[in-house]
Design a protein around this ligand. Structure first.
Ligand code: FCB
Length: 461
C-alpha cells in the first residue's frame, strides 16, 4: 500500500500523478524571510532596518506587533534546519538581512555573516539546497535616512552589499535572488504607505522601482564573478485582475491596467528592457529618471525567474483612468481576505509564456494560504490550506502541460511568522508556531507535504 493511500483523499497533498512535478529534478521547497522569522534585531551588531522603525511607529502594524522576537530563529536556527530536513524538501528559500551583515562603515559585520555561514553549511550537510534572497524588504534605516530607494545611490549600495556577501558566502548558495517582490517595496512602501518606510506619494513608486531594479542589474556582474556555480534570479509577485462586470469595457480596461502595474511594470523592464507606456496612462506624470544604459543593466539574462502568486483581484473602473478593487461576493477567501483562484495562476503563467519571447525557466518561489489555525488536542487540521495547495499544485501542473517551463515550487511558509503590517495574526505556516513558548507543531499540511515527498523519494509514482 502506498503512503498516499494511508492518507485520507481530502487531506492528501500532492500534484497530479502524471505530473513532471513528481520527478526528482523538480525542486520542492519551503520559504521564509529574515525579518519575518529571525528576531534578535539588536544582536551581534545588527543595525536598525526600515521595518524596525515602521513597527515602532504607533498604528502601523496590527496589535503593535514587531519583529523583535518573531520565531526566535536567530537562536533556534539549528532545530529549525532539522525541521526543514525532516519535511523532506529539496530546498529552503531564506533571505539575508542586509543590516545584519553590513556595518555603518560599509564593511562586512562578521558576526552577522557567521550566522548565515553556519546556517547554509548545516543545510548543505543535510542535503538541502539553498535559495538565498538578498533583499526581502529590510533596508538599513541609515540608507532610508538618505532617501532610501528614492536615492539612486541606494542601488550602488545594494550592489556593493551583493558583492561583499557573495564573496563571503561563495560556494554555499544554490541560487541567489537579488530582490523579493520589488512591486511591494516600491508601491506599498513609497506610494501606498502600507509597508515600510510608509511614504504616500504617488510619483515615488516608479522612481523607487527604477532604483530597485537598477540595484538588481548592478549586482549581476559581482554575483556572476564571485559565485559562478550559483544561479542568478529575481523574485516577482504576480496578480490576476478580473473585471467586476465582464460586459463593461471600462471594467475590462480596469482589470487590464491592474495587471499592467502588477505584472508588466516589472516583467517588461526585466525581460524587454522598458517600462510599459500604459503605466503612465494610469499614473500620469510619474515617469522615473532613467539614465542611459540603465535598462540594459536591468534586462540582463537570468538563470530563472522567481514567481510569487497568491490570489486574484476583482476590479471596477474608477470612472477616470484607473481602477478600484472590489469585493466579489460568493468567492472563497483566505484569512487575508484574498480571493482563492488557482485557475488564475495557470492563466498568468501561460500568458507570460505567450507574451515574453525570452521568458526564463520559472521557479515558484512563494505560494500559500493564511488561515486562523487552532491547535485542538495537539493537532492542527488546516484543511483549507491543504486544499488550496492541492489546487495550486494542479494549476502549475496545468501550466507545465501547456508548455511553461517550471523548475521548482516553494510553499510560503515553513512556519507561521511576522506577516508585515498584519503582525502575528495571519498564519501562513505549514508548521504552527506558539509565540508564547516558541513551540513548533506540524500542521496537517506539513504532514501531507512530507508524505508526498517521501513517496516521491521512494520512487512511488
Ligand atoms: C509576500 C511576501 C512574503 C509573505 C507573503 C504572504 O508578498 O513576499 O514575505 O509576507 O507575501
Amino acid at each position: 500500500m502506498t503512503l498516499s493511500a494511508l492518507i485520507k483523499p481530502s487531506t492528501q497533498l500532492a500534484p497530479p500523478r502524471n505530473s513532471p512535478m513528481w520527478r526528482p529534478d523538480f525542486t520542492w521547497g519551503v520559504a521564509t524571510a529574515a525579518y519575518q522569522i529571525e528576531g534578535a534585531t539588536r544582536a551581534d551588531g545588527r543595525l536598525p532596518s526600515i521595518w524596525d522603525t515602521y513597527c515602532a511607529t504607533p498604528g502601523k502594524v496590527l496589535n503593535g506587533d514587531t519583529g523583535d522576537m518573531a520565531c526566535d530563529h536567530y537562536r533556534r536556527w539549528a532545530s529549525d534546519v532539522d525541521l526543514i530536513s525532516d519535511l523532506g524538501v529539496d530546498a529552503y528559500r531564506l533571505s539575508i538581512a542586509w543590516p545584519r551583515v553590513i556595518g555603518l562603515d560599509g564593511q562586512l559585520n562578521h558576526q552577522g555573516v557567521d550566522f548565515y555561514r553556519r546556517l547554509l553549511d548545516r543545510l548543505a550537510d543535510l542535503g538541502v539546497q539553498r535559495y538565498v534572497t538578498l533583499y526581502h524588504w529590510d533596508l538599513p534605516q541609515h540608507l532610508e535616512d538618505r532617501g532610501g530607494w528614492l536615492n539612486r545611490d541606494t542601488a550602488y549600495r545594494f550592489a556593493d552589499y551583493a558583492d561583499k556577501i557573495s564573496r563571503a558566502l561563495q560556494g554555499r548558495v544554490t541560487a541567489w535572488s537579488t530582490l523579493n517582490e520589488p512591486w511591494c517595496s516600491a508601491y506599498l512602501g513609497y506610494s501606498h504607505g502600507r509597508h515600510a518606510p510608509g511614504l504616500r506619494q504617488p510619483r515615488y513608486a516608479p522612481q523607487a522601482m527604477h532604483h530597485l531594479l537598477l540595484g538588481h542589474g548592478l549586482a549581476q556582474p559581482a554575483l556572476k564573478a564571485n559565485d559562478p556555480g550559483a544561479q542568478r534570479s529575481i523574485v516577482v509577485n504576480i496578480g490576476r485582475g478580473m473585471p467586476e462586470d465582464p460586459n463593461s469595457a471600462a471594467d475590462r480596461d480596469a482589470a487590464h491596467l491592474f495587471e499592467v502595474q502588477q505584472n508588466a511594470w516589472v516583467l517588461d523592464a526585466l525581460l524587454e528592457g522598458r517600462y510599459p507606456d500604459e503605466l503612465f496612462r494610469l499614473w500620469p506624470g510619474t515617469e522615473p529618471l532613467v539614465l542611459e544604459g540603465d535598462m540594459a543593466l536591468i534586462s540582463q539574462p537570468l538563470d530563472h525567474l522567481g514567481i510569487n502568486y497568491y490570489h486574484r483581484s476583482t476590479l471596477r473602473s474608477d470612472g477616470a483612468h484607473g481602477f478600484v478593487e472590489v469585493c466579489r461576493p460568493g468567492v472563497e477567501r483566505s484569512q487575508m481576505g484574498w480571493e482563492v483562484a488557482p485557475e488564475a495562476f495557470t492563466e498568468l503563467l501561460v500568458g507570460f509564456r505567450q507574451r515574453y519571447a525570452n521568458l526564463p525557466p520559472i521557479v515558484i518561489t512563494e505560494n500559500g494560504l493564511a488561515s486562523a489555525d487552532m491547535v485542538v488536542d495537539g493537532a492542527i487540521e488546516d484543511r483549507q490550506r491543504v486544499i488550496y495547495l492541492q489546487r495550486h499544485f494542479a494549476a502549475v501542473h496545468d501550466a507545465m502541460a501547456a508548455g511553461v517551463d517550471v523548475r521548482g515550487y516553494f510553499v510560503w511558509s515553513l512556519m507561521d511568522n511576522f506577516e508585515w503590517a498584519y503582525g502575528y495574526e495571519r498564519r501562513f505556516g505549514l508548521v504552527h508556531v506558539d509565540y508564547g513558548t516558541q513551540e513548533r507543531t506540524l500542521k496537517r499540511s506539513a504532514k501531507g507535504l512530507q508524505a508526498f515527498l517521501r513517496e516521491r523519494a521512494a520512487g512511488i509514482v
